[in-house]
Ligand binder design. Structure first.
Ligand code: ASP
Ligand code: MG
Length: 603
């Protein structure tokens, strides 16, 4: 007999009829010989309604009282669903977060789950009952037994955490869309359903994936190897399987907070090629990487920092065996990239003996302190960071190869990663059915802003200082890009550093950095940006993927302002008003469009 956890979102239990339909589906699962634990959200827009009420009473309601209020929504739906099941003759019992023993930190409105006490659930399951659990809520382990909530959308997280704690066979997330789509169907009409995606890919598609699945739920699924399925509660369609390779065994204590980093990776076989002072106009990256792809050369990181004047610098890394050929391509193309405005031709710079060192783990999202700690660790070891590449599941730094061993030792110690768990470049595992296209999905994020810090001294500790400050204020940083170009100011070599944050954090970040009097030139904010990203485990070791993305942008005369990559993601920053066109062009360029009609709920 299998144990299955099913989670039903707000619209799936939005009315009496819907609750009855859910009860039928649960019953069918039981009749097929399974034990079932059901997790539900509040009915329809109940939670939004409660937030509105609170705002009418107080302009600044306390987070504790908000939790008290919002947790009531789920209590309504669990009782009704339990009754509906009993009406069908199915024994059932509803339980609040506290009653199922979901113990959380004492952080109101954004508590993370520490552990789950499964005894009561197990007892009721033995009695043949369906257990209906209130999602989104938990209880503190302090004497006060405070009610907490996990943050908006948190019922997914309750469900996957329960599945992990109960060692369920799998967890089904029922929602009002057919599964996870290749992109946002409201912006791209021919978006298609994916049959499968890995947890890492899902996390990298952050701005797309988060609308369907709470990212913390995906983190737990990845860390504990919970098989997840996202599907519609209106149909019998199979939906999207969200899979992950079998993880290393992990304790169920401190479920959501233990070990945000579970691996350190390094690659000493890298070299960097930089093209300095290429013109800042559409088509340059497409041309360069198009030529590199034609030579069938595989590039690893690609970084383009923000322009200075009317030129850009583009840098990329390759493995040493192909360095000579990559350099030849760059040198051959440089004269053709002459900048009209008298700055002369692009200059090619090659650097060998560099190493890429990365921390890997699913617990970094929303925890800016983790990347900051990596930078601080390198800085304390006196190691200068030459390039930074960040993604949702990995932060990589390019450093001098001679510093490699010291960097590994320090990082393993700080993040408690045993030295046998170190991987020298393990390619990410693609899902079992290799997709016909290397790209799985395309995401657009219109809610980011860019901060550019000019002329920051280039010495160990600067990144640690900057991102440590931001982390202290709980500001999460997305792309971080350091310029290749170096200006010597009063004898001190300086570089620019640009990074993106959520638009709502941009001003605070700027003010804070100014107040901290970090020694640097001006700090400029631009919120009229859009970030488009392609994600897919299939792009590893596949030359030409970046070139295809850049060419799609060139075709629409879209200028690329910044480029950042990780193994399974390539992101470009473009002007905000070109974001949707960029998304559509890229989605089409990778053959993701289809003609299967996607049923969407009314907006
Ligand atoms: N009811 C909560 C919310 O609307 C939690 C959830 O639905 O996942 O955010
Ligand atoms: Mg949801």
């Amino acid at each position: 007999m299998a144990l299955i956890v099913q989670k039903y979102g707000g619209t799936s239990v939005g009315s009496v009829e819907r609750i009855q339909a859910v009860a039928q589906r649960v019953l069918k699962t039981v009749k097929a010989g399974n034990s079932v634990v059901v997790v539900v959200s509040a009915m329809g827009k109940t939670t939004d309604g409660l937030v509105k009420l609170a705002n009418q009473v107080s302009t600044n309601p306390s987070r504790r009282e908000m939790d008290m209020l919002l947790s009531t929504g789920e209590q309504v739906s669990i009782a009704l669903l339990s009754m509906a099941l009993q009406e069908l003759g199915q024994p059932a019992i509803s339980l609040t977060g506290a009653q199922v023993g979901i113990v959380t930190e004492a952080e109101h409105s954004r508590a993370r789950i520490l552990h789950i006490q499964p005894q009561r659930v197990e007892r009721h399951l033995k009695d043949g009952k369906v257990i209906v659990v209130a999602g989104f809520q938990g209880i503190t382990s302090t004497a006060e037994l405070e009610i907490t909530t996990l943050g908006r959308g948190g019922s997914d997280t309750s469900a996957v955490a329960l599945a992990a704690a109960l060692k369920a066979s799998y967890c089904e997330i029922y929602t009002d869309v057919p599964g996870i789509l290749t992109t946002d169907p409201r912006l791209v009409a021919d978006a298609q359903l994916m049959s499968e995606i890995t947890c890492d890919e899902m996390l990298e598609l952050a701005s797309l994936g988060a609308k369907v699945l709470h990212p913390r739920a995906v983190e737990i699924a990845r860390n504990y190897g919970v098989d997840l399925v996202v599907r519609s509660s209106w149909t019998e369609q199979p939906g999207t399987r969200v899979s992950s390779p079998t993880p290393q065994p992990r304790s169920l204590q401190d479920l959501e907070i233990a070990r945000p980093v579970d691996g350190v990776e390094f690659d000493t076989d890298q070299a960097k090629v930089a093209l300095l002072r290429v013109p800042d106009r559409p088509g340059i990256a497409a041309r360069l990487f198009g030529e590199i792809a034609r030579q069938n050369l595989d590039v690893d990181l690609i970084i383009q920092s923000i322009h200075e004047g009317n030129t850009n610098d583009i840098a990329f890394t390759v493995t040493t065996p192909i360095l000579k050929r990559a350099e030849a391509v760059a040198t051959a193309i440089a004269p053709a990239l002459r900048n009209s405005s008298s700055q002369g031709e692009a200059e090619v710079m090659v650097q060998q003996q560099i190493a890429k060192i990365s921390i890997v783990g699913a617990g970094m999202i929303g925890r800016p302190g983790v990347a900051a700690q990596m930078f601080a660790t390198l800085s304390n070891a006196g190691i200068n960071i030459q390039m930074i590449s960040t993604s949702e599941v990995k932060v990589s730094c390019v450093i001098d190869a001679a510093d490699g061993d010291r960097a590994i030792d320090a990082l393993c110690q700080v993040f408690q990663v045993s030295k046998d768990a170190i991987n020298s470049v393990s390619p990410p595992v693609a899902a079992t059915h290799a997709p016909s296209t290397p790209v799985r999905g395309v995401a657009l994020d219109l809610n980011q802003a860019r901060l550019a810090i000019r002329q920051l001294p280039d010495r160990p500790g600067m990144a640690a200082k900057l991102f440590g400050l931001l982390a202290q204020h709980n500001i999460s940083v997305d792309m971080i890009i350091q310029s290749q170009r170096c200006h010597v100011i009063k004898g001190v070599p300086t570089r620019d550093i640009a990074f993106t944050v959520a638009e709502i954090d941009a001003e605070a970040a700027q003010r804070m950095l100014e107040a901290a009097a970090v020694e640097c030139g001006e700090i400029v904010v631009d919120s009229a940006i859009a970030k488009v990203s392609i994600v897919g485990a299939g792009m590893v070791n596949q030359p030409g993927v970046a070139a295809r993305m850049f060419a799609a942008l060139e075709q629409h005369q879209i200028n690329i302002q910044m480029i950042a990559t990780s193994e399974i993601k390539i992101s470009c920053v473009v002007a905000q008003e070109q974001g949707v066109t960029a998304l559509q062009a890229i989605h089409a360029a990778f053959g993701l469009a289809g003609n299967q009609k996607i049923q969407l709920p009314p907006a």
